[in-house]
Design a protein around this ligand. Structure first.
Ligand code: HEC
Length: 168
């Protein structure tokens, strides 16, 4: 009788221990398995039978080549440049510097990877509006994506601002 009691106690204790272990393991890698997908970073297939209302096309980072071919739907006007400049000041200046000249001109850039000179005539010629739009919306090699902070149209305005600061 005494042994049966000890046996039951052992079974209950080991079952409890096992459950505790499972909880501990799950808790330990909780943060590493949490999906974190930023808007615009990935595209998902629409569920069957739904119709999109509004919204703007944003191609994923993997399709940058295709995104680079998209024409800029926003005309370069004084207002567009001013609007883009305002957003550049909010989101981009910490890394790219107020003039977009890069290097270590932005306060964050001092502690981060130096950014390229966005006014560079060579870079300006090499990149299409669509390429930069995609860069802003979905991020670069280490540059974060701004698809969550800026709408697609706002990003085109920022591209227009970048064109306005090109070195002549
Ligand atoms: C956290 C720092 C950081 C912020 C904020 C940031 N960038 Fe960048 N950006 C970089 C770095 C670093 C690069 C160099 C390329 C790379 O590694 O992605 C870069 C590259 C670029 C390029 C050049 C891409 C090319 O090769 O043609 C453009 C254009 C650009 N950024 C625009 C912006 C705009 C517009 C914003 C604001 C919406 C912005 N960046 C915000 C760090 C940043």
């Amino acid at each position: 009788m005494k042994y049966a009691f000890i046996l039951v106690l052992l079974i209950v204790a080991s079952a409890g221990g096992l459950l505790g272990l499972v909880v501990a393991i799950r808790w330990l890698d909780d943060m590493t398995v949490t999906p974190r997908i930023v808007t615009g970073e990935r595209v998902f297939a629409m569920p069957a039978g739904v119709v999109p209302r509004g919204g703007e096309l944003v191609l994923p980072k993997e399709q940058r080549e295709l995104a680079a071919k998209r024409p800029n739907p926003v005309k370069i006007t004084e207002e567009s440049i001013a609007f883009g400049k305002q957003h550049f000041a909010t989101f981009c200046v910490p890394c790219h510097g107020a003039e977009g000249k890069g290097g270590v001109s932005g306060p964050v850039a001092l502690k981060f990877i130096p950014t390229p000179d966005l006014t560079s005539a060579e870079l300006q010629k090499q990149r299409t509006d669509g390429y930069w739009h995609s860069y802003i919306m979905t991020g670069g090699a280490v540059m974060p994506s701004y698809g969550e902070a800026l709408s697609s149209t706002e990003a085109w305005h920022v591209v227009n601002f970048l064109r306005s600061i090109a070195a002549k």
